[in-house]
Design a protein around this ligand. Structure first.
Ligand code: AMP
Length: 404
């Protein structure tokens, strides 16, 4: 089956071709027809399945029939990176339709966004906080909204955005078509679905399992040897772009610094960066001038780089959902990817949960020639070997000055 089956307008098909899509992905096949018919949708699809085009194409098809120069479609995104990326996909798919889209997120001037809004954009892709700022200031009105997409709903729930989403929903008082996309369906999201969607069609791409194009392996290792192991794996493996995940932003920064010192083209993406620094890091990674990106879960939301060949979990993710999200960055659509996870003894419970989800034991690998028994640097010893500084007491300082 190809894209001709959907009967999209030639201006939209031009965008599909420009992006090189020839065969619809399963979520596109399942979701596009009911969305086009105006049905409410729950799309259960993990990232990397082509879900953006699954909602973007019917939105473009619907809006182009009757352009009006006001906001008619809203996509709510958890992060600015995902908002930017979704907006970019919509702009490319819709480049010949004359429809415009604007990304709305915090950390940049509102005035700049106001200019974009005044230019007659009919589609906005927005993060919840900044969207509410605009709604309260009256610079955005949703009174003409026709289609609402809540994207990566489970992630927004994890990030504590549910009250904001409810406030946004409170600003849309008339009938519209809601579409909700989520990799998983936790209780909080099921409640939101009941409150917001009417007789929805559920489209589900498998269970929330990692894509089949990704192979998984565990590397048992002691905590203090992780960076050395990482460097040796990078040295001995043929990789394209590599995404390394750490549990904390400090660790992301430290690991990136250690890799820079080892001569790799690497950067870190963590919450401490300004918007410009984040953008520069992402652009470098996307264009391939930076080969390794070290990131935390939150910072990596929405990274869409087709050439990611390896996801390396420097730290085991907190939950199986996080694991799926992380490795959803590789093996995208029909490319192969590898997910390597460093595990310590403390991760036994999380490994069991992951193996249950995958319904198979995970392969444990050891790197040949790697010294797994190297002891941790002994802080006590290093301290005792340092030349001791004599502690000079206040009275002595007085004495020494007096003696001079
Ligand atoms: P998404 O899940 O929307 O983040 O999409 C993942 C990746 O798949 C993006 O790089 C898309 O450009 C790409 N993609 C989406 N649909 C198709 C398609 N039908 N054929 C090939 N690539 C696609």
């Amino acid at each position: 089956m190809n894209f001709e089956t959907f009967n999209f307008h030639p201006s939209i098909m031009a965008g599909v071709r420009a992006l090189g899509y020839t065969i619809p992905t399963p979520i596109q096949l399942q979701a596009i027809p009911p969305i086009t018919q105006g049905r409410d949708i729950i799309g259960l699809a993990q990232t990397g399945t082509g879900k953006t085009a699954a909602f973007a194409l019917p939105i473009l098809q619907h809006l182009r029939q009757n352009p009006r120069g006001c906001i008619r479609a809203l996509i709510i995104s958890p992060t600015r990176e995902l908002a930017e990326q979704t907006c970019e996909v919509i702009s490319k798919l819709g480049s010949k339709t004359g429809l415009q889209s604007v990304a709305i997120y915090g950390g940049v001037s509102m005035e700049q966004q106001n200019r974009g809004l005044r230019s007659g954009a009919e589609i906005i892709v927005a993060c919840p906080g900044r969207l509410l700022d605009h709604l309260w200031k009256g610079t955005i009105s949703l009174s003409e909204l026709e289609i609402l997409v809540i994207d990566e709903a489970d992630r927004m729930f994890d990030m504590g955005f549910l009250p904001d989403i409810r406030n946004i929903m409170g600003c849309i008082l008339h009938k519209h078509q809601p579409l909700l996309f989520s990799a998983t369906l936790p209780a909080g999201i099921r409640r939101l679905v009941r409150e917001t969607l009417h007789d929805p069609v559920t489209v589900q791409i498998g269970r929330t399992l990692p894509a089949k194009t990704v192979s998984h392996a565990l590397y048992p290792v002691q905590q203090h040897l992780k960076t050395t192991l990482l460097k040796e794996i990078l040295n001995g493996t043929k990789t394209d772009s590599v995404l390394v995940f750490t549990r904390t932003k400090h660790r992301a920064e430290r690991v990136a610094q250690q890799l820079v010192r080892a001569g790799y083209r690497v950067t870190s993406l963590q919450g401490n960066l300004s918007q410009n620094q984040r953008q520069a890091a992402l652009t470098g990674f996307r264009k391939g001038s930076i080969k390794i990106l070290v990131a935390t879960d939150i910072a990596a939301r929405g990274i869409d780089v087709l050439s990611i060949s390896h996801v390396i979990n420097y730290d085991m993710p907190e939950s199986t959902d996080d694991y799926i999200h992380r490795i959803g960055r590789t093996g995208r659509v029909d490319k192969n990817g590898e997910a390597l996870t460093f595990v310590t003894n403390a991760d036994a419970g999380k490994i069991r949960a992951l193996e249950q989800l995958l319904d198979a034991p995970l392969e444990r690998l050891t790197l040949q020639g790697f010294d797994y028994n190297r002891p941790a640097p002994d802080k006590e010893l290093r301290f005792s070997q340092r030349p001791r500084r004599r502690v000079v007491r206040r009275q002595e300082i007085g004495k020494q000055t007096a003696m001079k």
